[in-house]
Design a protein around this ligand. Structure first.
Ligand code: 5GP
Length: 139
């Protein structure tokens, strides 16, 4: 079964589409966190960020890069929070990669990306060194 976002791509359900090219599409979020809240997706269905092939990932970033100023200017935002919920445990509800562009305004009562974290770990220097070395070895 195709995702709700694939149905938008196919024109099977309506959406306020604000940009479209061969591989990506951007449309307004149906339940916006702020005026202008926009989603940018690859047209093909990939569940997680790293399921997206490199060439499409490049296109996806190009569309995000294009849409951020368009959204900010359109609603006269002071800033934007730009983020992916990457996986169910991170809050991803629609299993089709999507980048949120959320306009932000001075005094809007929202928080930074750091507000997503639960209990923060208290990591010793050697643990941080081990984690950094492990990540580096996989990059
Ligand atoms: P997630 O939690 O998966 O990162 O975000 C999914 C987003 O998709 C939510 O912000 C939600 O409001 C939006 N959304 C869900 N269904 C629809 C839909 O049918 N149309 C549009 N335009 N947005 C949707």
């Amino acid at each position: 079964m195709s995702t709700i976002f694939s149905q938008i791509v196919e024109g099977e359900i309506p959406a306020r589409i604000v940009y479209e090219d061969e591989t990506t599409i951007a449309f307004l979020d149906a339940n916006p966190l702020a005026p202008g809240h926009t989603l940018v997706i690859p047209k093909d269905e990939y569940e997680r960020l790293n399921d997206v092939p490199e060439d499409v990932a490049t296109d996806l970033y190009a569309t995000v890069h294009r849409m951020v100023p368009a959204v900010e200017e359109s609603v006269d935002a002071d800033a934007t929070t730009v983020a992916f919920n990457n996986g169910e445990e991170a809050g991803q509800e629609v299993p089709h990669v999507h980048c949120h562009i959320v306009p932000r305004f001075e005094g809007d009562g929202g928080g930074p990306i750091h507000a997503i974290a639960g209990d923060r770990p208290d990591l010793a220097d050697d643990e941080l060194d081990d984690i950094a070395a492990d990540i580096e070895s996989r990059a």
